[in-house]
Design a protein around this ligand. Sequence first.
Ligand SMILES: Nc1ncnc2c1ncn2[C@@H]1O[C@H](COP(=O)(O)OP(=O)(O)OP(=O)(O)O)[C@@H](O)[C@H]1O
Ligand SMILES: O=P(O)(O)OC[C@H]1O[C@H](OP(=O)(O)OP(=O)(O)O)[C@H](O)[C@@H]1O
Ligand SMILES: [Mg+2]
Length: 282
Amino acid sequence: MLRIAVPNKGSLSEPASEMLHEAGYRQRKDRRELVLVDSDNSVEFFFLRPRDIAVYVGSGKLDIGITGRDLLLDSGANAEEILQLGFAGSTFRYATRPGTAKDVSEFGGMTVATSFPGLVSSHLADKGVDASVVRLDGAVETAIQLGVAEIIADVVETGTTLRNAGLEIISEPILHSEAVVIRRAGAGTDDPKVQQFLRRMQGVLVARRYVMMDYDIRAERLESAVALTPGLESPTVSPLHDQGWVAVRSMVRTKEAQRIMDDLYELGARAILTTGIHACRL
Ligand SMILES: Nc1ncnc2c1ncn2[C@@H]1O[C@H](COP(=O)(O)OP(=O)(O)OP(=O)(O)O)[C@@H](O)[C@H]1O
Ligand SMILES: O=P(O)(O)OC[C@H]1O[C@H](OP(=O)(O)OP(=O)(O)O)[C@H](O)[C@@H]1O
Ligand SMILES: [Mg+2]
């Protein structure tokens, strides 16, 4: 059985379970369930606090985990990313009241409040800045108002939370984060059970990002049309009964589908259809 850690709470929890469900795995119906065995797929899921996942996986007690890159790096656990999952995207940044500091180099002697002390301490050390770090559990924006710290370091998605707290971002992001699949460092991905899990998750990513596009085009325009829809490897081209026309089938990025349909139409393509992909193995 492959033992997989899944976030049980917070921003990562629902999208992680949704993705696993799309990959064909059973997921819990009751949020209080802590362990779930999916015997059909030889997988055991452990629903754990997002912060703890890297610790379990790093110790080798669990084979694989889903967590955030920021949480992984903050934990200092002996684990590494093996797949990026494309959800829970955010940056990790410093912020303060206007006028306090314009750059990390000015933080010397100040206090930084954060829920990610490992990440922040090592970033400050890299920059050679001698600032104190105070660890808080959440809602760190308030630490400045209450005089616990001059600076905060926190997850920023839209920036709304910072704006509402009257804070401004300082310097470049410390980190770009997203949900990732992790494994104990050095354990590799050769294990067939791990390979199968990764193929399923990659299948979901592709099914989410691509649609299948079909169209008919005159044979003499085929090369120009194929240049617009090169597919992942190479498009399928089939002859039509009506001589001089061919049918083309190719995968295109969902985000680009409408633009490509316009361009194909301009080129003379007709009967242009897109269909969703439910699942795939590349
Ligand atoms: N607003 C957000 N947008 C995108 N990702 C976020 C956001 N807030 C937190 N995350 C990500 O979620 C992970 C943190 O999960 P965690 O459950 O500890 O905190 P949370 O989602 O803020 O939940 P809570 O604070 O309610 O417990 C990190 O990887 C972080 O980057
Ligand atoms: O840039 P934004 O779109 O505003 O999102 C970022 C905010 O979302 C998270 O907070 P959450 O609501 O999880 O509260 P927390 O501080 O208690 O974790 C995070 O800690 C930031 O505060
Ligand atoms: Mg939070």
